[in-house]
Ligand binder design. Structure first.
Ligand SMILES: *[C@@H]1O[C@H](CO)[C@@H](O)[C@H](O)[C@H]1NC(C)=O
Ligand SMILES: *[C@@H]1O[C@H](CO)[C@@H](O)[C@H](O)[C@H]1NC(C)=O
Length: 248
């Protein structure tokens, strides 16, 4: 096909077809690459671009290609932090008395609860075997919490690569007891570093997991679970989120 014909036809095409033409052969590519064609396509979509005060170095071809459709969510780069760098300091009180106080290393919390304890309900079993990513810790020896009492929890995290601490949960109450899923739940809002000023409202959730005992007034706690399901649903996302905390 002659050059003249191509030059007459190409301006009638839409961006997708024009881009396909560029793949046909060198001659087609050279003609279709003319940024004037792409400027026209951009102007159809964003007419104010024709009023651009100063010519820029960015080609209209690139501009069109970048924004003509919604970008697929990009993969997260590897986190700058690993579970090996982290220690979690977990303290739990019932009526002001300490009932659990441990330093839990990142890898332990990440590994979760491997063996399924006896006496857990099917709902808890499904929960433990579910596909969602959660950090869990088996509690050994187990402890009991009278369900009528006020129980609270604090969690600090230390990153050993920087030698800094961040607060994850600051004395929150386990004020929701879900008897159908055998959990007592507490949460707190995360504090992010000032370089992330527009992020807020993301919670840390912590649950006491208990067995399906005879006595429904006392929770026999076999595990502790923590997640950030408002924002992070896998290991990579959790590590990115923790990296963004207000480390001191
Ligand atoms: C976690 O999710 C992000 C995006 O949501 C994805 O890019 C990443 O590959 C996932 N990582 C793992 C370990 O599944
Ligand atoms: C934790 O809570 C106490 C009491 O409510 C408050 O005074 C303190 O500033 C909080 N600390 C952080 C790190 O949020």
């Amino acid at each position: 096909m002659t050059c003249i014909v191509l030059k007459a036809v190409f301006p009638l095409l839409d961006g997708v077809d024009l881009a396909s033409c560029m793949l046909v052969c060198k001659q087609w590519k050279d003609i279709a690459e003319d940024d004037y064609l792409w400027k026209c396509l951009c102007a159809r979509r964003w007419p104010s671009l024709c009023k651009r005060p100063s010519p820029s170095t960015m080609k209209y071809y690139k501009l069109y290609g970048t924004f003509h459709k919604r970008q697929r969510r990009r993969d997260l780069p590897p986190p700058r932090l690993s579970f090996n760098d982290l220690d979690f300091y977990i303290d739990i009180w019932a009526e002001g008395q300490s009932i659990f106080s441990e330093v839990v290393s990142g890898p332990v919390l990440h590994a979760g609860i491997k063996s399924r304890p006896i006496g857990i309900s099917d709902i808890v079993r499904c929960h433990l075997d579910g596909p969602e990513y959660r950090m869990m810790l088996p509690v050994e020896p187990r402890f009991s919490v009278p369900l009528g009492q006020t129980a609270s929890v604090s969690v600090l995290v230390e990153r050993k690569d920087f030698n800094k601490f961040a607060c994850i949960i600051n004395k929150s109450l386990f004020d929701y007891v879900d008897r159908t899923s055998f959990r007592a739940i507490a949460f707190d809002y995360l504090d992010f570093a000032p370089i992330h000023p527009f992020i807020s409202g993301i919670r840390a959730w912590i649950s006491l997991l208990f067995t399906d005992g005879e006595n429904d007034r006392v929770a026999d706690v076999f595990g502790i679970e923590m997640d950030f399901c408002d924002a992070a649903s896998n290991e990579t996302e959790v590590l990115w989120l923790l990296d963004m905390l207000d480390w001191k």
